[in-house]
Design a protein around this ligand. Structure first.
Ligand SMILES: [Zn+2]
Length: 213
């Protein structure tokens, strides 16, 4: 007999400076949870976790621009033992505090217990399982995370837009290729939770995103 599919809840907070979204993904049945990205007002995230009584099992990073990792020290202070997971191409940002972009320094020395998000692999955090899609272009180690019909796309895909590719380690053609081959390959009704801005769907972006039509 197969188990009924897990039901998850997704809740967002955003910091006021960059409008960067952090997501809390909770398994309704077990209360196991992950935090996706760590924006610059981490107290909002901590408060949200406390209100829901969720049990945080991991922090997953879609990429390591400062507005997506600035809250890590506070989150690690709150949950010292949980792993932080990131793609290998940006691992040194998290383990050594080596900045992703030349112009934006990283304000922490580096963390222990860093795990891998690798293309095609499943990342397990308690009862939650995420499929990892490598979606580089905005940054070399950009990933999108898929659970059920939810896609967390970081700064690859936004409602009506796509990520910047004018940094020294960005690649606009690669970004478009990532979006087409990994994200637009998903069904129309898949819900897109982006690094910035409102929720959208794959179908809506396929039809109306001016960068993709
Ligand atoms: Zn961003």
């Amino acid at each position: 007999m197969s188990e009924a599919p897990r039901r998850i809840q997704v809740a967002a907070t955003a910091d006021r400076q960059f409008g960067t979204n952090s997501y809390l993904v909770v398994d309704e049945k077990t209360q196991d949870a992950v935090i996706i990205d760590a924006h610059l007002e981490p107290d909002l995230i901590v408060e949200q976790v406390r209100e829901r009584g969720a049990a945080v099992r991991a922090i997953l990073l879609t990429h390591t621009d400062v507005d997506h990792i600035g809250g890590l020290p506070r989150l690690r202070q709150e949950w010292p033992d949980i792993p932080i997971a990131v793609h290998d191409a940006e691992r040194a940002v998290v383990t050594e505090g080596q900045p992703l972009r030349r112009q934006f320094p990283v304000e922490f020395p580096g963390f222990e217990r860093v795990e891998r998000l690798a293309e095609g692999e499943t990342y397990r955090a308690g009862s939650l399982e995420f499929e990892v899609l490598h979606t580089p272009g905005h940054s070399p180690g950009g990933v999108s995370l898929k659970i059920g019909n939810a896609l967390f796309t970081g700064d690859a895909l936004f409602a009506g837009s796509i990520g910047r590719s004018d940094f020294h380690n960005s690649d606009g053609r690669l970004l478009l290729e990532s979006i087409r081959s990994k994200l637009l390959a998903q069904p129309d009704d898949f819900i897109v939770f982006s690094g910035h801005g409102p929720v959208t769907t794959i179908g809506r972006e396929r039809q109306t995103n001016p960068f993709l039509t």
